[in-house]
Design a protein around this ligand. Structure first.
Ligand code: NAP
Length: 250
């Protein structure tokens, strides 16, 4: 078996049934990786992403798993290993903006769901990714990319402050984890998009955010996927603990 055949070529993209995650899944497949297209609810969306990848000659498997569920995340990584092989990268993309409301009007259960999805989920997935990548230590180790947001630094749009706080946590997780797993040869970075044309971006305040964007438009999911592609690639072999802003200058 050649080195190329042994090299881990599987990428898990969480929340890949639509939007940015779907674009990342397609881009990873174009880059030659076998892709796990994860979703929690939208099975049809995930199937159409996987079908498009397969129609272009790529490999893709859809796996339903709520990233906030420890058992479902364990099963996600087991299926990735058994059905597609050694893990090269995890892209922690799944996320929710949660309700739009001022903090004093927030419901505790909704806040818990937001934190579970946007913070606990990525940590759980990272835990399993590190375990999986450590088993092929001596290779190129592997790579984790967290999809954060410029809201981590701006504090987010009014009404979306807890969401912004979850993204701040993700940037901090990126920096800390990059240190913790550097010995294992695992790189950890984040990408912070500005406003990107997806379902999540269709909300009040979006027009003002576009006006405040020097390039004068929303980003396209493929433009976020391009940054992820570069971070996963050997071209970024000396990049870890970094946050790359993809925001049209905002
Ligand atoms: P989106 O269109 O709402 O898609 C979200 C994706 O996450 C869907 O595939 C959804 O799948 C999945 N998902 C949600 N909860 C999940 C869970 N518990 N477990 C597994 N999958 C789950 O959002 P998007 O705009 O593409 O955003 C993708 C990421 O980019 C998010 O982390 C978001 O915070 C970040 N981001 C977006 C923007 C923007 O302007 N769009 C800007 C900055 C950052 P199901 O429906 O099947 O659950």
């Amino acid at each position: 078996m050649t080195t190329a055949q042994r090299a881990p070529r599987t990428v898990i993209v969480t929340g890949a049934s639509r939007g940015i995650g779907a674009a990342i899944a397609r881009r990873m497949a174009d880059d030659g990786y076998a892709v796990i297209v994860n979703y929690a609810v939208d099975a049809g969306g995930a199937e159409s992403v996987a079908s498009a990848i397969k129609a272009s000659g790529g490999r893709a498997v859809t796996v339903r798993a709520d990233v906030a569920s420890p058992d479902e995340v364990a099963e996600l990584f087991r299926r990735a290993r058994d059905e597609l092989g050694p893990l090269a990268a995890l892209v922690n993309n799944a996320g929710t903006a949660g309700a739009e409301a001022r903090v004093e009007d927030r419901d505790a259960n909704e806040l818990t769901h937001l934190m579970q999805t946007n913070v606990v989920g990525p940590v759980l997935c990272a835990k399993h990714a590190i375990e999986a990548m450590s088993t092929h230590r001596g290779g190129d180790g592997g790579c984790i990319v967290n999809i954060a947001s410029i809201a981590a630094r701006t504090g987010g749009l009014p009404g979306l402050v807890p969401y912004a706080a979850t993204k701040g946590a993700l940037v901090t997780l990126t920096k800390g984890l990059a240190n913790e797993v550097a010995d294992d040869g695992i790189r950890v970075n984040s990408v912070s998009p500005g406003l990107v044309e997806t379902e999540m971006a269709h909300r009040p305040g979006a027009e003002a955010a576009v006006e405040a964007t020097p390039l004068g438009r929303m980003g396209r999911p493929e433009e976020v996927a391009a940054a992820v592609s570069w971070l996963v690639s050997p071209a970024a072999s000396y990049i870890t603990g970094s946050d790359i802003t993809v925001s049209g200058g905002r």
